[in-house]
Design a binder for this molecule. Structure first.
Ligand code: FAD
Length: 465
């Protein structure tokens, strides 16, 4: 047992199960303290994330209490200045799990050098991923750019590993304090009304994540391949915010899924595979964090139209499936994947607005926001990403609605103005001519653009690059 205190740097790993850094600290030290660094500036443009993190901190603190581990939340201006000060103290060892974003991994190198130079004991563990980024490469050592061969290799590599044993958290001797500039979890909550509704839909805790996984596997995974496309039913797991914040480890998901022999399991795990692929992409091609993965899109003639952008954000484009999706996002902090693709395509192809605007808005509103999935998701939709949907394949929002929300249930739920519109017109209400039921243009807008014309214009714009 190490006599110094053990510090656990808590990032996106609000869990006890498969939390290697925390387990190691608690096994090797009598006294352990967890700390979370809250940088206001980082979260200014991520309001939904602030809510999830504040709630997660409250829940996790209660869990850690049982193990006599204190959780301190520290307000910082910069990670670097916080750690530069910490380097001057000698009375601790420190542990954390990796976060797979280029800035974090680069910072890990800075910390490693400085802790080593000062003989401070530290250890960095694998984070919430199946394979480390460098483990999955082509035979010639270069990174994969296409999902299918990537995932074929990634699955094989993961299967060949000895399954890591889950190390339990040990009970520590007693709680103690270590840092200054502390804040309470509630101080992180943004003072915005729209955030308040999230409690009706979500409980950010590890227990809830494990419960959702269990019921998804028991009742829904069998039909996942088909059901995942329909936004009016609960066909997906809705685990994304829990995965993002590490309330559940993807290895746990994998292990529980492969226990059952159902066809849809491989489809579900392939979606976890897309998450892995996206993390590999942003680390292997970091230019895509700020720019188009495919450079030819740098010349794309995007348009700036604040009215269109505002109509899109508010769910007032006049296309019911698009508006339903945007309102679901604003109300719940989450949007169905099929609808994310539809609203994304509508923004970049019908409205010709740069995908970066959509990415920024999602970043602020999504509870599951993560750099890898959001940036890759947007570039996939815009056609400028790796293994992306070709730009010229333009979703027709009317047909998408008619195919994936046949009876208009999803639309009617999120766009109540259209509740009484008959099924035949639910995805094209401007053709419905009964003013007693719907005053189009007053109660619900006319379409901001006409699909056929917008499509033609988008294809012309694409020809320019
Ligand atoms: C424009 C756009 C932006 C997106 N932004 C994000 C984001 O910021 N954060 C995020 O987690 N996902 C993002 N996605 C991917 C996807 O929409 C969500 O992961 C999914 O809707 C989450 O719901 P679920 O947990 O029920 O998914 P399920 O279908 O149950 O899938 C299980 C898990 O697999 C992963 N996953 C599923 N679909 C995808 C996908 N297409 N790409 C990558 N991983 C996937 C997620 O971790 C998800 O929780 C985005 C997609 C698009 C088109």
């Amino acid at each position: 047992m190490n006599k110094s205190v053990g510090l656990f740097w808590l990032k996106d790993d609000f869990r006890l199960k498969k939390n290697q850094a925390l387990a190691y600290a608690s096994k090797n030290h009598y006294k352990v303290l967890a700390f979370y660094l809250y940088k206001n500036k980082k979260f200014e443009s991520q309001e939904a994330q602030q809510w999830w993190i504040a709630k997660s901190l409250e829940e996790f603190k209660k869990k850690l209490d049982f193990y006599n581990i204190n959780l301190e939340i520290i307000k910082i201006n910069s990670y670097k200045s916080f750690f530069d000060e910490l380097f001057n103290r000698k009375d601790f060892s420190i542990y954390w799990n990796k976060t797979y974003e280029p800035d974090y991994l680069k910072f890990d190198n800075y910390l490693s050098t400085n802790f080593s130079n000062r003989n401070i004991n530290f250890k960095i563990f694998k984070g919430n991923i199946l394979n480390e980024i460098d483990e999955v490469k082509k035979n010639d050592g270069t990174p994969f750019k296409v999902f299918t061969p990537y995932w074929r290799n990634a699955e094989k590599i993961f299967l060949e590993k000895i399954p890591p044993n889950d190390k339990p958290i040990s009970k520590c001797e007693k709680k103690f304090s270590f840092f200054k500039n502390l804040i309470k979890a509630e101080n992180i909550l943004p003072k915005k009304d729209w955030i308040k509704k999230f409690s009706e839909f979500w409980l950010p805790s590890e227990d809830r994540a494990l419960k959702i996984l269990k019921s998804f596997i028991k009742d829904r995974i069998e039909n996942y391949s088909d059901a995942r496309n329909f936004p009016n039913i609960l066909g997906t797991s809705k685990l994304s915010p829990y995965i993002k914040h590490g309330q559940i480890h993807v290895e746990t998901i994998w292990e529980e899924c492969i226990k059952i022999k159902k066809k849809s399991v491989s489809k579900y795990l392939a979606e976890i595979g897309w998450r892995e692929f996206n993390h590999a992409l942003i680390n292997n091609f970091p230019h895509m964090l700020k720019n188009n993965y495919s450079k030819k899109f740098d010349k794309f003639p995007w348009e700036k139209n604040l009215n269109f952008l505002s109509a899109w954000k508010k769910g007032l484009t006049g296309y019911p499936i698009v508006d339903a999706g945007m309102r679901e996002l604003y109300t719940t902090g989450w949007m169905h994947n099929r609808v994310r693709m539809i609203v994304g395509s509508f923004l970049v192809k019908h409205l010709l607005i740069n995908w970066k605007e959509g990415e920024k808005y999602f970043k602020n509103c999504l509870l599951d926001y993560n750099e890898a999935n959001n940036i890759s998701g947007w570039q996939w939709v815009a056609g400028c990403g790796a293994d992306a949907a070709p730009y010229f394949r333009i979703f027709n929002p009317i047909l998408q609605g008619e195919k994936f929300d046949k009876d208009g249930e999803y639309v009617k739920h999120w766009v109540p103005e259209l509740k009484k519109v008959p099924k035949k017109f639910i995805h094209k209400p401007w053709e419905f001519k009964d003013e007693k039921i719907l005053k189009i243009g007053k109660e619900y807008p006319f379409p901001v653009v006409i699909h056929e014309k917008a499509r033609e214009k988008a294809l012309k714009a694409f020809k320019k690059i």
